[in-house]
Write a protein that binds this ligand. Sequence first.
Ligand code: NDP
Ligand code: PYC
Length: 337
Amino acid sequence: MTDTVKMTLDEVRALARSVLAAQGLAPAHVEAVAETMVAGERDGCTSHGLYRLLVCAHTIRAGKVALDAEPEIVESAPGLVRVDARGGYAQLAFALGRGPLAAIAKANGIAALAINNCVHFAALWPEVEALAEEGLVALAFTPSHAWVAPAGGTAPIFGTNPIAFGWPRPGRHPYVFDFATSAVARGEIELHRRAGKPIPLGWGIDAAGRPTTDATAALGGAMLTFGGHKGSALATMVELIAGPLIGDLTSRASIEHDGGANASPLGGELVIAIDPAGFLGGAVARQLDAAEMLFDGIQAQGARLPSERRYAARARSEADGVEVSAKLLADIQALLD
Ligand code: NDP
Ligand code: PYC
């Protein structure tokens, strides 16, 4: 068997849709969830691309997601939107809340969207990128399962807790970063385990608290935060603002709810959108130019901007398709048997 198989993005989309539908997921969720996976595969984010079909199928078969949940806007207060995902995937809930979030941000200068009671398996950049494409500055946060030890400790308490940020750049792709507050996403360690590859020191510790390069040992022990105490504090912030602040679960509560099923996390997501015109009025264009000078200064040193790699991968994938691991494809095809 060759190591990889070439696929067009339409083939990726068709595969994702058929596998999700075969698991019994309702059509609206199939559509939203599949698009997130296509985007991940297209942009070279393999830990959150087609691989997530295995994760979704496992989560569905464990009975941990409401297959036909209809998300509902349950609160709309000045500056705030709340969507109850009713135990379904976050993607459809975001699709519902995105319009009101953007509209309120444009009317008031700032708005926040709380998504509650959602199952989360995905990267956050598609959401902040979409809002930044509308001219908004956007931030997104979600806890996950308690897999990550605090700096100075050895027992998992935080989720991998990503933070995503988007900044609009007229005429260009937005500036976007999106990363876990753990040294790396758990999905990346899972991919190393599947490939039988060691992980770098600093990603995790084994169950006895010893540094390890063994992916399985790290998954069974604890992951580590990035940047020591700084990542630890940011992970705490994500727990707080996308957990108790919006009336939802911490990563510890999510993994307790999971009860050993090893399904995707259940909980909340907080998305904040800011319209630059709120502070700046007619000075928006001038200040966005100042931002461009900052980006130019970064790149002038030979450093790259976050998402540059992703946008380049997107252009390649749209032109030439993507290379997908043959082993992964075989495992995905088996879900259709
Ligand atoms: P990485 O550590 O790979 O960091 C990714 C971010 O850093 C991207 O924005 C990336 O841009 C940027 N970046 C990487 N290298 C450089 C560089 N040399 N210079 C400038 N920017 C750089 O990602 P993680 O493993 O931490 O997270 C991967 C994904 O996992 C995220 O999308 C996150 O949302 C998702 N995740 C989701 C969770 C959930 O609960 N739903 C939990 C944890 C993670 P580029 O893409 O262009 O390389
Ligand atoms: O890769 O850490 C991760 C992750 C958790 C939930 C979705 N992705």
